[in-house]
Design a protein around this ligand. Structure first.
Ligand code: PGA
Length: 236
């Protein structure tokens, strides 16, 4: 069974002082926890956080990468640059990037392959909108995103229903189970499949006990060490 991965996505949140939260988390997450822990801060904090966490079990990751190694792409960051700043992972195809930056499945797949080229593990995000779920299309939509976005080789999948992100809404346990079973069938036995969307200390235990849920991608509740550790400890 794949190891559990609890990943925090800080999104566009966190000034230098937020490194106090990662310092606190470092003190809480001891060796032998048996869980992989990851923080994906904004790019401005990546190097300092990676240095801070070097002698801990917590790994760091980027929130996006360009598919090219370098070049005339103002404002973009390559996977090699993230690795150079200490990252081990990168999130690609988050629904906020698909929506805000028009990222297609093909773009996401290229970014995931670029991550692998730089020896980063890509966390490929997929998930349906509220309208698509209500129309009974959730499984079909996510299946299509998987076939268009996944790279060959090693990767992590994060199933994040768009309507559950930052809303406090969570699918039923049956719906999470059904989706994760489908993703398992489309990928393979070794692939880590994370659930994301309004995961909190109070619901993490139930969600993480679902078969084929191998961890969580956490937004809002990853910003405070206390909340994030509450999610991690839900499975200890
Ligand atoms: P949330 O975000 O936990 O704040 O719902 C999850 C995500 O977007 O990764």
């Amino acid at each position: 069974m794949p190891k559990t991965l609890i990943a925090g996505n800080w999104k566009m949140n966190g000034l230098q002082q937020a490194l106090r939260e990662s310092e606190q988390l470092k003190a809480q997450c001891r060796d032998g926890l048996g869980v992989d822990v990851l923080l994906c801060p904004p790019a401005t904090l990546l190097k300092s956080m990676s240095d801070q966490l070097r002698d801990s079990i917590i790994q760091t990751g980027g929130q996006d990468c360009h598919d090219k190694v370098s070049g005339a792409h103002t404002g973009d960051i390559s996977a090699e640059m993230l690795a150079d700043a200490g990252a081990s992972y990168v999130i690609v195809g988050h629904s906020e990037r698909r929506a805000d930056h028009g990222e297609t499945d093909q773009i996401v797949q290229n970014k995931a392959a670029a991550a692998q080229r730089a020896s980063l593990r890509p966390i490929v995000c997929v998930g349906e909108t509220k309208q698509q779920r209500e129309a009974g299309l959730a499984l079909e939509i996510v299946r299509g995103q998987l076939s268009g976005s996944l790279p060959k080789g090693d990767y992590v999948v994060a199933y994040e229903p768009v309507w559950a992100i930052g809303t406090g809404l969570v699918p039923t346990i049956e719906d999470i189970q059904q989706m994760h079973d489908m993703i398992r069938a489309e990928t393979g036995p070794e692939i880590q499949i994370l659930y994301g969307g309004s995961v909190k200390p109070g619901n993490a235990g139930e969600i993480l006990s679902v078969e084929n849920v191998n961890g969580a991608l956490v937004g809002g509740a990853s910003l405070k060490a206390e909340d994030f550790y509450g999610i991690i400890s839900a499975i200890l």
